[in-house]
Design a protein around this ligand. Sequence first.
Ligand SMILES: Nc1ncnc2c1ncn2[C@@H]1O[C@H](COP(=O)(O)OP(=O)(O)OP(=O)(O)O)[C@@H](O)[C@H]1O
Ligand SMILES: [Mg+2]
Length: 417
Amino acid sequence: MKEYLLLLGADQFLRERSYAGGKAIGDFQIWTAIKNAKYQYNSYFDYCINANPLSYEELKNEIAYHKSQGYEPKAIVPLNDWTLKVANKLNQDYGLPYLKEQVIDACRNKNIMKSIFEKASIPTPRSMYFDSAVQLKQLMNGFNFPVIIKPVDFGGSGGVYLANNKQECMEAYAKSKQTMEIYADDFQVSKSEFLIEEFIDSDDEVSVEVLCGHNFYEVITVTEKYLSPRPWFTEMGHLVPSFRYKDTNIKDLAIQACKSLGITRGVAHVEIKIKDNKLYVIEAAARPGGDAIMDLVESSYDINPYRLHISMYINNEIKPTYAFTPRKTSAIAFMKAQKGKIMHIHYPDVSKDTEIKKINVFKNVGDSVTDPENWSNREGLIQFNWSELPTTKTYKHIHKANELANKIFDCSDAHND
Ligand SMILES: Nc1ncnc2c1ncn2[C@@H]1O[C@H](COP(=O)(O)OP(=O)(O)OP(=O)(O)O)[C@@H](O)[C@H]1O
Ligand SMILES: [Mg+2]
């Protein structure tokens, strides 16, 4: 039998380096699963299974077929939230190392997660669950405004809204419900379950990548996060390492959050808000951070974190012996164009700019540019590297991305459309 590592969610923009991470582990083929793979085939992988990576049945059938052809999975590794459950269920079926279902449920459902945090005395914004307008109307009397309304198990800041008063609260709920109507089926998440949450009023936020194993936890890095203007919370930039990367309070809290949820394998991603020197865990995920944060870690630390993540699905008993030391700063900033319709896209010559690693333009001429509501309203990205490590919160990448967005995108005035 030939062994392969099946990486679920690997065939996704900004997850490309997972292939290299898997390859570095050993003599395994690296496979992924793609819906409609015959038409969508990605030849960077050694093989693409023709299955929706969220579908247990489709994956199971394909794995069985390939077993009959002499191929056997060594590990089935989830790279995003959506594939966590199915990957671990399959691992359990095949006698491979897995995370327990109750751990996945706690990591996927923010309501369960919050109750675990509260029991473990992990500071987190107070929140209440609701699934109807009647319930929300009652619950909002128990909160000071502003509040946050968010779906229980979505991501990418989809459906996360700030509300300053009761009316805005009901409007936020309506908008969040609309968002979930669009995405819930594809991502297999809930359309009807939401949280109302105390708002931590601060722009300071970090995410922490934690290497989790059996009886060991280690922080890989702390990432400084840059958000869109309110009332939205779209991630508009990330910088690795944050100037706070040695902060033991942040690192210890991130580890406590992972421990409390029972995450014992893989690289976990913990989001922490900082206000008046107090820390609040917003959420923790049992998979590596998205938005190219892993690429930033690789650039800054010379370590491919996907390799660590995948290796924990093979053996989580042995702690990898890495010293996580940043060598340089790596940052990403998403571009926002002026609101309106994109009339022209220019490609200014950036070949001499040694700090720019790459630029991706997501939109086309004719596309409309809207408010930065969630991940889908970003027009492009720029990835940077520079040699000095940060000592304070810098906005250099954000400013540079804004400058370039103005040069790249010509937009018509929204009012004239
Ligand atoms: N209670 C809160 N107080 C302050 N800000 C919050 C709160 N809840 C959420 N946010 C902001 O909204 C962002 C998105 O919220 P959250 O992480 O819960 O949703 P998500 O869709 O899982 O996000 P993502 O996938 O973008 O991390 C947070 O990173 C944070 O900036
Ligand atoms: Mg989040």
